[in-house]
Design a protein around this ligand. Sequence first.
Ligand code: NDP
Ligand code: VSD
Length: 336
Amino acid sequence: MPGAVLLVVATGAALIVAFLLLFCIVAPLTSPKPLALSGAHVMVTGGSSGIGKSIAIECFKQGAFITLIARNESRLLEAKKEIEKFSVNDKQVVHFISVDISKDCAHVAKVLKQAQEKLGPVDMLVNCAGTSVNGKFEDIDGSKFEQLMAVNYLGSVYPTHAVITTMKERRMGRIVFVSSQAGQIGVFGYSAYSATKFALRGLAEALQMEVKPYNIYITVAYPPDTDTPGYAEESQTKLLETKLISEASSICHPDHVARIIVKDAIQGKFFSSVGADGHMLAILTSGMSPVSSIAEALEGVIFMGFFRFISLYFIASFDSIVRRCMVQKEKSEKTD
Ligand SMILES: NC(=O)C1=CN([C@@H]2O[C@H](COP(=O)(O)OP(=O)(O)OC[C@H]3O[C@@H](n4cnc5c(N)ncnc54)[C@H](OP(=O)(O)O)[C@@H]3O)[C@@H](O)[C@H]2O)C=CC1
Ligand SMILES: CCCCCCCCCCCCCCCC(=O)[C@@H](N)CO
């Protein structure tokens, strides 16, 4: 048999064996039965604004009971009234709690326990509360690094800590951590913010390994820029470099982001991303994350190298943005 034909046959056989092996390894790892939100208790931190409020509305539209968590009571009341317009049956309830989730783990646990006594055990916890700080590393005060880690990271640890035991007892649950594309790429100006979002990834992977035997599934969401009150506030003082780099991804509507996050969380997908660039980033940064389907495993095995090649173009363009901004700054300082 000529060499070329032999090579094709051998390659084909190797691919079939590889696929069968992958199927045997991955099949037991794939995702669970989708969570039915009708009658489920969904708790959303940061649910009074932006992405969190849109997630609460999306879950309410699917029949869930909602607990909103934030600090400002008037915004919580406004959000409750807005969400209630979307009820699909007269049993549904929107409850809210005013608490700072970044302080005092025990107090957060006590308050969330009361919420579970009102609306029943939490079926899905969405850790969405968070904020960003933008500036050059040396210009961000050390206290801001601490505050951001407290809100964005510990503010996700404490509510999760408050519900995980009951989820394990019930052998079911979903936990969502809302990260960011800045939690997949360290971006100029986000040295404090990116670190808090990368931290969620490590927490989520370790926690998923612990709770998968209890039929509890973790989702890490990586939204791009999203048109929310938080984004509007951040944009007022955002560095030009951060703005230009972030424009590599499209700005999204919070309802669109929320629909994707809720769909992926219901299905127990570990990665939740938005758009083609988000999908490529998810595959590229998947590392040793859990696999949610055979298709996803195959896609990663086949395309990760290619996406790494594409990312080199983005990295080069980001470096060029930083250099151009530096030259412009030096020129304007000379003329001043
Ligand atoms: N908007 C964007 O471009 C993107 C946002 N994200 C992430 O999505 C999440 C939501 O962002 P976005 O919708 O823009 O934010 P918003 O600023 O619009 O809303 C933030 C929410 O979090 C609550 N919150 C903030 N700090 C605390 C706290 N210490 N304790 C309790 N609740 C708190 C706020 O209520 P209150 O102030 O009353 O406490 C509010 O409900 C954040 O984690 C953000 O990092 C990720 C990618 C893109
Ligand atoms: C191979 C594939 C490459 C894909 C390139 C995509 C480039 C993304 C650039 C980073 C965007 C950062 C958005 C931060 C949003 C956010 O969290 C803030 N708005 C805080 O509110």
